[in-house]
Design a protein around this ligand. Sequence first.
Ligand code: SF4
Ligand code: SF4
Length: 296
Amino acid sequence: MPATKFICPDGRQVDIKKCLQKCINAQRCMFLPTLRAIAQSLDRGIKDPTVTELLCGVRETYLKKTTEYAIRPHDQLYAIHGSAVHTINEGYTEGNILSEERIYDDITSGKFDLYGQIIDLNDKTLGDYKVTSSYKLMRALGYYKVDIETEEIYKSGLRKGQRKTRKEWRTDGVRYLFDWAVQLNYYRMLLENKGFKVERMEVQAMCRDYSLRIAAERNIRKPVYVIHINNISDRWIKLYMNTKAERLNLSLKRGLMPEICTSRERWKNRKCAEYCAVADNCTFGRLVKNQIKAAA
Ligand code: SF4
Ligand code: SF4
């Protein structure tokens, strides 16, 4: 079941259909076509779980499929920005490039963004567009800071006599891009099952807060990065996605609530607290929100 309500900027909830007919507030928070595009992006009309749905926690996807929930149109803007980027590129996929085809297998289905000559004129690259935050980019690129000692010495205080330090960026850290890697590797498998050899995988990630100071503080200096994705074995990818698909399908069949999402899937509770659209329909989500309220 897709989202049925919008959350207005003042926190009130309104049926999406009602909002599209008439705003319940004095002024619309967005143009009607933008709201219509958001409403349409919420319902892709695909019954079985897709690769992107399986990448989320099983409980989150289960609740999105079985309960009514509300979303903030503003939060959905980045998703439709992503679609806009696809549309801009779509007009320029001349040559040997396939784009936006949905491929099915016996576990799930996935729609890759681009395949073919997207880096140079001889390659078979699988590419994916992302519109993301500087925080996620910093982690995906493996950037981190280290303390470097300087010649200056503290002359007083607790650290008197010790060398002063300054922060320096390093770019060889762990790259936190598990979801992107699993998603692209699954698309690679789907394409290869259809006879299309994938020689490399790349993500073109656009930074949505690039112009803000916070992006520079995270060493994000460009509006767009091309990030290489390594191969993961087909055996592992299939096992991982099949396990999640089976758990989800079993819960849907029996009408049983799945276990809470894993700590990684719920971003160590940050998602439950602020970003999960079905948190109000989830016992754990409500618990996290109540704990935050009580501590405030
Ligand atoms: S246009 Fe915005 S403010 Fe008006 S009803 Fe819809 S969501 Fe609420
Ligand atoms: S609130 Fe947290 S545990 Fe519940 S569905 Fe959302 S992400 Fe998963």
